[in-house]
Write a new protein. Structure first.
Length: 537
């Protein structure tokens, strides 16, 4: 049977979600060489897709597309595998196994689709490949369903079946229930694997428990992991932790120097442009057994506060939480944000206070610092009403503050308590529905317009408000746009958030388009002038 506990490194496969498969040829080759040298038994090298393979990608069309990336060293018993989504790869593309590329195919299927997937999988074995199954969201299986699944896998000719904690929702008792049921019902020569996600910081602990359960079983078991936990959302159990643990208990002799060198050389540089791993948002995904894409959507598009995210996810039905229907999620977000208030009186007061004034809007871009002398001269000469947009600018005295993001509102209140207390504030109804002294609440939905991913940009929302207040002469400063060559775009670094290059590109495109929409709708009524450099001019 070989080793009792085997390690499967899925860095190149699960990492595809983070880098859109575009690792680059040097990384793919270098990582495989390091994992070979480290002694990892099973290496998952990427995905099989219907499209032709392209350079630099871990999406392959056929298993032998992998050959140019492999080290010159012989496999020496290592198993190389590729994954397919059960209904997204046309198995008619699959050639007979040559023995030179991938040796095994891992097929993942959702809860409720095992019978269909296993029927399709016959082609894999007929073509000479070892067959591995991934039962996504195994936590959803009842004991009766686990028994049925084991029977189907027994008849399939598969090499292995993996328990998958898709949403990072398992606790040790859940893993034990599933392991014991499958261990009893699977044929003893079929390996049992475990693929975890770290939403509740339990991946390593669960991997240890799985190894303990496997040590008591008669079958071989497989633990999935990735270098630095690289993977979608909260990521996976980390290869460095799992391998060092298996070394410590005497089940393996992995070369930790090779593993650590692989991380230093190939994984750490990815952190400059990509993010993954545990945070409180992904804890919410695990707690509610919710697909991580829902969390990523709310976090990326709206910077939703954790407590608000929790309530939005809680409002989804259990079935909807398992999917990622963004239209439905957007509706839930808007429903949650739309705390409708009667804002007519507030808008009339603001209209009167803004009348016959030039307006200077201070967005939080870096030019607030680099162009400070120019802005100060303008304020001294023109005496405009100065309004801070979603922030309190450190070196300026504002006449008004506008907030449309709860996180920015809380941060400003805590960092600059005196400025915050003495400055009149305008805020949208998603923050609060009743104002204190010198607080004016306007309806959130009055200022947003759908049709863009980042439809709730604060500057665009305030420009829409100014148009409704019949303001005419408006100057913009700090409304810089987002640099594609550096990740620091704010005068206050805390306001940066997680902005990878793709998000910065989309933000620039959406804001430019929305600004054109504002100008088009306002016609000649609203005259906008940029006081500082901006990509939106």
């Amino acid at each position: 049977m070989g080793k009792k506990i085997q390690l499967l490194d899925c860095t190149l496969r699960d990492g595809c979600y983070i880098v859109d498969s575009k690792f680059g040829d040097p990384l793919i080759k270098g990582l495989l060489k390091r994992l070979y040298a480290a002694g990892v038994e099973i290496i998952e090298c990427g995905w099989l897709k219907n499209d032709p393979h392209k350079e630099d990608s871990a999406f392959f069309h056929v298993p032998d597309d992998l050959i140019p990336y492999l080290p010159d060293d012989p496999k020496n018993g290592r198993l190389l595998c590729l994954m397919i989504d059960w209904d997204r790869y046309d198995l008619s593309h699959l050639p007979p196994c040559s023995g030179r590329g991938a040796d095994a195919i891992r097929m993942v299927f959702p809860h409720g689709r095992s019978t269909e997937a296993i029927a399709l999988s016959r082609k894999i074995i007929e073509s000479g490949y070892k067959l591995f199954f991934q039962a996504a969201n195994t936590l959803s299986y009842s004991n009766e369903e686990l028994i049925r699944l084991a029977g189907e896998v027994n008849r399939s000719g598969a090499e292995a079946l993996s328990i998958v904690d898709t949403f990072g929702a398992m606790y040790p008792a859940d893993l034990e229930r599933i392991f014991q049921m499958l261990d009893q019902k699977l044929d003893p020569e079929i390996k049992l694997g475990f693929h975890s996600h770290n939403n509740q910081q339990l991946s390593f602990a669960l991997s240890i428990r799985f190894a303990e359960l496997g040590a008591k079983s008669k079958r071989c078991v497989i633990i999935d992991s990735s270098l630095s936990g690289l993977g979608r959302g909260a990521g996976n159990a980390t290869t460095e932790l799992v391998s060092s643990y298996l070394n410590r208990i005497g089940s393996a002799h992995y070369d930790m120097n090779e593993i650590l060198d692989a991380i230093d050389t190939y994984i750490d540089p990815l952190k400059a442009d990509f993010s993954w791993g545990y945070n409180t948002s992904y804890f919410i995904s695990g707690y509610y057994c919710c697909h991580v894409n829902n969390i990523a959507y709310l976090k990326k598009n709206h910077r939703t506060l954790s407590k608000d995210m929790r309530l939005i996810i809680e409002s989804l039905s259990p079935a909807d939480r398992l999917q990622y229907k963004y239209d439905n999620l957007e509706k839930k977000y808007l429903d949650y944000s739309d705390r409708t208030v009667d804002d007519e009186a507030a808008r009339n007061i603001l209209k009167d206070k803004f009348a016959n004034h030039k307006i200077l809007l201070l967005a939080p871009g870096k030019t607030l610092s680099s162009c400070r002398e120019q802005i100060d001269d303008f304020i001294k000469k023109e005496k405009p009403l100065v309004i801070g947009i979603n922030s309190i600018p450190e070196h300026y005295s504002c006449d008004w503050l506008f907030f449309s993001k709860p996180l920015r509102y809380q941060y400003a209140r805590e960092k600059y308590p005196e400025k915050f207390a003495r400055t009149p504030k305008i805020m949208t109804s998603n923050i609060k529905i009743s104002g204190e002294a010198d607080e004016y609440i306007v309806n959130y939905n009055l200022l947003v317009k759908l049709g863009w991913i980042f439809f709730d940009d604060s500057m665009i929302m305030f420009l829409r408000l100014l148009e409704k207040l019949e303001s005419q002469e408006v100057y913009l400063a700090g409304f810089d746009g987002f640099s594609l060559t550096e990740n620091f775009n704010y005068a206050d670094p805390f306001l940066q958030g997680e902005l990878d290059r793709q998000k910065r590109e989309t933000l620039n495109s959406d804001i430019a388009s929305m600004l054109q929409d504002v100008v088009r709708e306002a016609g000649n009524r609203l005259k906008l002038k940029f006081l500082t450099p901006s990509i939106y001019t």
